[in-house]
Design a protein around this ligand. Structure first.
Ligand SMILES: Nc1nc2c(c(=O)[nH]1)N[C@H]1C(S)=C(S)[C@@H](COP(=O)(O)O)O[C@H]1N2
Ligand SMILES: [Mo]
Length: 238
């Protein structure tokens, strides 16, 4: 087993979760209750602290994660698709995203595996994209999907493992410190960290911040995600 899988197994063991049925039974019920409580407590205007420049982690010391065996590279003609419950579905190139109002923040990243690191991030707010596509208020959830996919010998397209993804509550997605980031530490986002663009937020744990982003879907119901489907907490607020 890889280190990540071992840690996952340890965490699931400690939490008493059954990885086969992460949302079933008493623990599943407790988790849904906990999600609701966290959503109620979450304040969309409360900002996470900005870190001083001196706290920046050296780029080469910022850990790198992807589920694909090699660094995922954007497919030719990559665009970010925005669809679902919205008035004007969008298909945006990197240049299109860079023409939208830019926001920056220098914040600390928190991974459930216990490490944290600081970088500055440049990009466009998800709330800005919600405005641009006319996202419906009935879309209480947003799903972010990547082109980062675990390895498989499967030839049948329909049986391939699902790409890395995560679904969010709309409040957290629309938080002012939730960005579609195309820059890290003032330079174009590198393939290691999710190029061409990634989701990045100061209000969620690392695994909610989908790298190698390909699609944003506004939806009326909550779905899971790569780690969420394996028993990790769904709300995962910082
Ligand atoms: N597509 C994709 N996004 C991902 C992951 C991943 O494996 N694939 N790992 C997540 C986890 S667990 C963390 S902590 C952060 C790590 O971001 P980094 O690789 O830039 O440090 O990305 C998150 N987003
Ligand atoms: Mo993580």
């Amino acid at each position: 087993m890889k280190r990540r899988q071992l840690l996952t197994a340890a965490l699931l063991g400690a939490a008493g979760c059954n990885p086969e049925q992460p949302h079933a039974g008493v623990l599943g019920g407790m988790e849904r209750w906990n999600d609701r409580a966290q959503r109620l407590l979450f304040r969309r205007t409360k900002l996470a602290p900005e870190e001083p420049e001196s706290a920046l982690t050296r780029q080469e010391d910022f850990p790198v994660y992807h589920v694909a065996p090699d660094v995922p590279l954007a497919p030719r003609g990559w665009r970010l698709e925005i669809r679902g419950l919205c008035a004007r579905p969008l298909s945006l190139s990197l240049a299109d995203l860079q023409r939208l109002p830019q926001t920056g923040m220098r914040v600390r990243h928190h991974c459930v595996e216990g490490w944290s690191a600081v970088a500055s991030w440049q990009g466009v707010r998800v709330s800005e994209l919600a405005r641009a596509c006319g996202a419906d208020p009935r879309a209480r959830f947003v799903e972010f999907t990547s082109f980062d996919r675990p390895d498989s010998d499967e030839d049948d397209e329909s049986k391939l493992p699902k790409p890395y993804s995560s679904s969010w509550d709309r409040e957290s997605a629309d938080h002012p410190q939730t960005l579609i980031a195309y820059g890290m530490n003032g330079r174009p986002l590198e393939p290691d960290h999710g190029a061409p663009v990634r989701l990045y937020s100061a209000v969620k744990l690392g695994y909610k911040c989908v790298k190698y982003l390909s699609e944003i879907v506004y939806q009326p119901m909550r779905t899971g995600g790569y780690w969420e489907d394996q028993g990790y907490e769904w709300f995962a607020g910082v």
